[in-house]
Design a protein around this ligand. Structure first.
Ligand SMILES: Cc1cc2nc3c(=O)[nH]c(=O)nc-3n(C[C@H](O)[C@H](O)[C@H](O)COP(=O)(O)OP(=O)(O)OC[C@H]3O[C@@H](n4cnc5c(N)ncnc54)[C@H](O)[C@@H]3O)c2cc1C
Length: 306
């Protein structure tokens, strides 16, 4: 119930204004968000790459209903990719994009043109793009767009969410040679008709999907912090005899950093998802919803008892 309430709050413009304006929000935001500028993103990437980790950068923003804003987000990515290339941080650093930030709610053609512009800049910088997945009403359109983009940029990454009942079938369709697929549990509040509701059901689905991806010819990217799933995945990759350069683990900036380094020291590829930018509200609310302790930390900061 708490999770649903926080995710509903994530869609409230009034609450967004209130929370974004509160100076105390910053200390909590800083734990999960690398900063607001391209330079902040480059600095965070440099530190992680120095520690032997790969990176995917997310320029924060979503649900854009304004073509100008969607273009501005695209330009921010293009500028970022140029700067990453110049700083020698590619290929270990790639970018993640949200279609809703690139104008998908407004006009699919606009979003598609924007994704292609970002893919061209990524290609020129010798790196890749992954298309984040949003709520279930967007899954079909997102996967359709992904397949179109992959005609020109086959290395473009997809995201599938284990909480959706459809995902095992989507894994079968996408687990083909060269296909980069991030598997996560899923971060949105979804109805029972389309999504498993209990933690156990979601975890079981995650393992089934992981098996499909590992048995297929693609490049799975296992995005989870769940210690039980990580242990199962370490076992499964051995079972499927997967060399360490044929899959990777992914975790979020600020979440289980010690575990990120432990996996990297074992020789696994580990990529950290690093968000930056001023539009952090929706992202932060989803991180709070994932862990009650984060919400307590945030509320304490808001009432000044951090
Ligand atoms: C690299 C990456 C990319 C993602 N991309 C997408 C996407 O495109 N679309 C989408 O819907 N979702 C995405 N997610 C979010 C994902 O769907 C989950 O909501 C999120 O990862 C939490 O699930 P979990 O697998 O870590 O398991 P959980 O059961 O939520 O967490 C397991 C344990 O990990 C730790 N933990 C997890 N989350 C947090 C947190 N926020 N703060 C502190 N500790 C935490 C806790 O110890 C917790 O007990 C992504 C996640 C990652 C790691």
């Amino acid at each position: 119930m708490m999770r649903s309430a926080i995710l509903a709050a994530a869609r409230s413009p009034q609450l967004e204004q209130l929370v974004s304006a509160a100076p105390v929000s910053r200390s909590v935001v800083r734990r999960f968000v690398a900063g607001t500028t391209t330079e902040d993103a480059i600095d965070a990437s440099r530190a992680l790459v120095h520690d032997g980790l790969a990176v995917t950068l997310d320029f924060l923003g979503e649900d854009t209903e304004d073509a100008g804003q969607a273009r501005a987000a695209t330009e921010a990515y293009v500028e970022l990719l140029g700067a990453l290339g110049a700083a020698g941080l590619t290929p270990p650093t790639e970018v993640s994009v949200k279609l809703s930030a690139l104008g998908m709610l407004l006009d699919e053609k606009l979003a598609s043109d924007n994704v292609l512009a970002i893919c061209r800049a990524a290609d020129a910088a010798d790196t890749t793009v992954t298309i984040d997945m949003e709520d279930h009403t967007t899954t079909d359109a997102s996967l359709d767009l992904l397949l179109r983009v992959r005609k020109d940029f086959p290395e473009t990454g997809a995201v599938l969410q284990a909480y959706l009942r459809r995902t095992e079938a989507d894994c079968r369709d996408l687990a083909v040679a060269g296909s980069r697929i991030r598997l996560c549990k899923g971060a949105y509040d979804e109805p029972e008709s389309v999504a498993y509701q209990s933690d156990l059901e979601v975890s079981r689905s995650y393992v089934r999907c992981a098996n499909v991806l590992l048995a297929g010819g693609g490049y799975p990217m296992f995005a989870t912090h769940d210690p039980r799933l990580v242990a199962i995945l370490e076992d499964r990759v051995r079972w499927y005899d997967r060399p360490v350069d044929t899959f990777e683990f992914q975790m979020l900036y600020g979440v289980r950093p010690v575990e990120q380094r432990r996996l990297a020291e074992l020789g696994y590829a580990v990529r950290v998802y690093v968000p930056y930018g001023t539009q952090w509200y929706g992202y932060l609310m989803r991180r709070l919803a994932e862990r009650p302790a984060n919400t307590a930390l945030f509320l304490r900061a808001l009432v000044g008892r951090k």
